[in-house]
Design a protein around this ligand. Structure first.
Ligand SMILES: Cc1cc2nc3c(=O)[nH]c(=O)nc-3n(C[C@H](O)[C@H](O)[C@H](O)COP(=O)(O)OP(=O)(O)OC[C@H]3O[C@@H](n4cnc5c(N)ncnc54)[C@H](O)[C@@H]3O)c2cc1C
Length: 395
């Protein structure tokens, strides 16, 4: 059992960025903040400890509007803007990166491609069910032999009259063992990447769980294995071809992660600040020592910079002007910032910092995944490098 203390989180807004937000954003944030305190904080340490996914939260996440907040309401989304989407991800990740991942995958990696590239029939069939949490979805791009370089994928679809025959395997797929549908990316006979919707009961399709993760322990991860799986052609997403398909989904999700990581950082900072004020050594609070103040002052400086970065990114996204390279920069910066803050916060908590009485070590372990998935820290740096020099250093 967890020894987790009551969640006493208070948000920090050093530069009064809330003044830049609209009432809708603040209302949405408050609703998610309350929900996290009520439904996530009391259980998250236990689930993370047991390495179990709190699947009952899928329905609740749907109810609070965490799936596709910026997708149209008629297609199961929230009809809000990109800042609202970001801020919702931030509050979820304040609770746990795994809970935010459940929502990111469902909204940005499953609902979004069906919305953007699917037929009207596919949208009507799947989006309301995904939006309401009746269906859980997953997104299969990464393979055992192809992570950072998804263009090398080996999963194939072969034309067979009215059907396609799918073969191959995907690895590291969030939600896959509990998913009702998978959006899968595979190469056709011409070597072109196509997206298709695979239902869980398709013969030849299995989704075994990956065990032994020290990170994102409350999020379930698995494989997708396809052995001559026959898929009706009506399951193909008709309106996209090539890496543009998966990349545009990742772009949406990365944008949410850039916001989300700030939430994890805020939770670590908030816990460290409170602990440093309450814990005394040498006859005075830890917060009174210069070295502790250096850590805390640098944390809030970095958080404030990251908050401004995503706010600006959000205003660009609302105008349809946020470029993939700008999103890469924010994802990379903010996740790294959050991980560094988690490590410093862990130090401020001393020995207590390694326990589940405080959220810090869990955030720290989670952020190791967040640093790697949706484009690794180094790959995003290369994306910035490519963008500013015009030269690709990938290969
Ligand atoms: C918990 C978890 C959940 C995930 N969920 C999903 C999901 O739902 N769907 C999905 O499709 N994927 C998912 N992923 C996969 C994730 O996106 C990949 O792990 C990630 O893209 C990196 O791929 P890789 O692990 O194969 O590492 P690799 O690509 O093998 O990279 C290993 C290291 O080499 C570096 N590297 C690679 N190429 C270069 C280069 N050209 N130059 C310099 N350095 C390089 C990388 O930066 C990294 O540090 C998940 C991963 C995890 C851990």
């Amino acid at each position: 059992m967890s020894m987790r203390q009551e969640d006493r989180y208070t948000a920090h807004d050093y530069y009064l960025i809330d003044e830049l937000l609209e009432d809708d954003h603040l209302l949405a944030r408050q609703a998610i903040r309350d929900w996290v305190k009520q439904s996530v904080s009391p259980i998250i340490e236990d689930y993370a400890n047991k390495a179990e996914c709190p699947t009952h939260l899928f329905k609740e996440l749907a109810e609070i509007g965490a799936f596709g907040p910026s997708l149209p309401v008629e297609y199961g989304g929230g009809g809000m803007d990109e800042i609202a989407y970001g801020i919702i991800m931030q509050e979820l990740e304040r609770g746990d990166s795994g809970i935010r991942s459940m929502a990111s995958v469902q909204g940005s990696l499953v609902m979004y491609p069906i919305f953007a590239f699917g037929t009207e029939e596919q949208k009507r069939k799947y989006l309301p069910k995904l939006g309401s949490g009746e269906f859980i979805g997953c997104f299969g791009l990464t393979e055992p032999n192809h992570g950072s370089n998804p263009g090398g994928m080996e999963t194939t679809i072969r034309d067979d009259g009215d059907s396609l025959i799918l073969n191959g395997a995907k690895m590291w797929i969030t939600n896959s063992p509990v998913a009702d549908i998978a959006v899968v990316w595979a190469k056709n006979e011409e070597g072109k990447i196509r997206g298709l919707i695979v239902e869980k009961d398709a013969p030849g399709f299995t989704a075994p769980e990956i065990h032994g993760k020290w990170s994102l322990r409350a999020s379930i991860t698995g494989e997708l294995v396809f052995q001559d799986v026959r898929i009706p052609k009506t399951q193909l997403l008709p309106n996209v071809e090539g890496l543009k398909g998966p990349f545009s989904c990742l772009n949406k999700a990365r944008y949410g992660i850039a916001w989300g990581a700030v939430g994890a950082a805020l939770d670590c900072y908030d816990s460290a600040l409170r602990y440093a004020k309450e814990r005394e050594q040498f006859g005075r609070p830890l917060a009174g020592f210069q070295l502790t103040q250096k850590k805390l002052a640098e944390m809030i400086t970095e958080i404030t910079k990251a908050q401004l970065l995503v706010w600006r990114l959000g205003t660009l996204a609302n105008k349809g002007k946020a470029t993939p390279a700008q999103i890469s920069m924010a994802k990379r910066n903010n996740v790294h910032m959050a991980l560094e803050i988690a490590r410093e916060a862990r130090q401020i908590h001393g020995g207590m910092g390694i326990t589940n009485e405080y959220p810090v070590m869990r955030h720290m372990m989670n952020l190791e995944t967040v640093l790697t998935y949706e484009g690794t820290h180094d790959i995003h740096l290369l994306i910035t490098g490519h963008d500013i020099t015009g030269l690709s250093a990938f290969v």
